[in-house]
Design a binder for this molecule. Structure first.
Ligand SMILES: O=C(NCCNC(=O)c1cc(-c2ccc(F)cc2)cc(O)c1O)c1cc(O)ncn1
Ligand SMILES: [Mg+2]
Length: 214
């Protein structure tokens, strides 16, 4: 049945983006998804909000849950200071295979570690496997019903510290009601909603930024 949607997106990047140029990779994906076929990248409406939070935090250690094709991985990694690391977790091997090639096309493979597996299984192993004590920044963009259990897991594993910033995609569409209720009502978080649009559409969506208070 030919190429998958992620594989078609990869071909568009390889055809239209300049190797080693993250901005051209981002532009090629956004063009493809807006004019050819929709895909669940954070996109060019929410993307600048992601960029501004990453730039403000300037994380030494960052975690992304839900790589998909690597679009937000490239957005985040291109803004990291030298010596900083982004770990990105993807459950779906087909997605991970495309993401590795898109991240490499952008020339960001040295800043990114892509780990294949379920976030619930991998999070408890991160300290020992990567020698990371805590994350300055976490981007949540994976299965929407995993957002809440996974931040509780991050808390329990001691991977968040005072000031760690969580940024969650899709809090309106598809929606993450339990997660939102938790971060907005917990005394352990200071939460803020950034209204935007579902990628490449006119539907409402937004990002929730939550600072861990320790
Ligand atoms: O689907 C897996 N991950 C993507 C999570 N992300 C989403 O589901 C997602 C969905 C949407 C979305 C919004 C409106 C709509 F009509 C349809 C989809 C938008 C987004 O921005 C997302 O981020 C997945 C599969 C698998 O086999 N293993 C591990 N993960
Ligand atoms: Mg998303």
């Amino acid at each position: 049945t030919g190429l998958s949607r992620p594989q078609r997106m990869l071909k568009a990047v390889q055809k239209n983006a300049t190797k080693g140029d993250p901005q051209s990779v981002i532009a090629a994906i956004d063009y493809y998804c807006r004019h050819k076929e929709w895909a669940m990248n954070v996109g060019d409406d929410k993307g600048p909000i992601l960029d501004s939070v990453v730039s403000e935090v300037n994380p030494s250690t960052a975690l992304e849950l839900g790589t998909y094709c690597g679009y937000s991985t490239v957005r985040i990694a291109r803004l990291l200071s030298p010596g900083s690391k982004l770990i990105t977790v993807e459950f779906n091997p087909a997605y991970a295979a495309v993401a590795r090639q898109i991240i490499a096309h952008a020339g960001l493979q040295n800043k990114v570690t892509l780990v294949e597996g379920g976030s619930g299984d991998l999070i408890p192993k991160i300290k020992e496997q990567f020698g990371i004590t805590s994350f300055d920044f976490v981007f949540l963009d994976h299965w929407k019903d995993r957002y809440l259990p996974d931040i509780k897991l991050l808390e329990d594993c001691g991977l968040l510290k005072k000031g760690s910033v969580l940024l969650a995609d899709n809090v309106i569409c598809p929606g993450t009601p339990e997660y939102l209720e938790y971060v907005r009502n917990s005394p352990r978080y200071k939460s803020q909603y950034f209204q935007s649009y579902l990628e490449y559409t006119k539907a409402e969506d937004g990002l929730e930024k939550s600072v861990f208070l320790g």
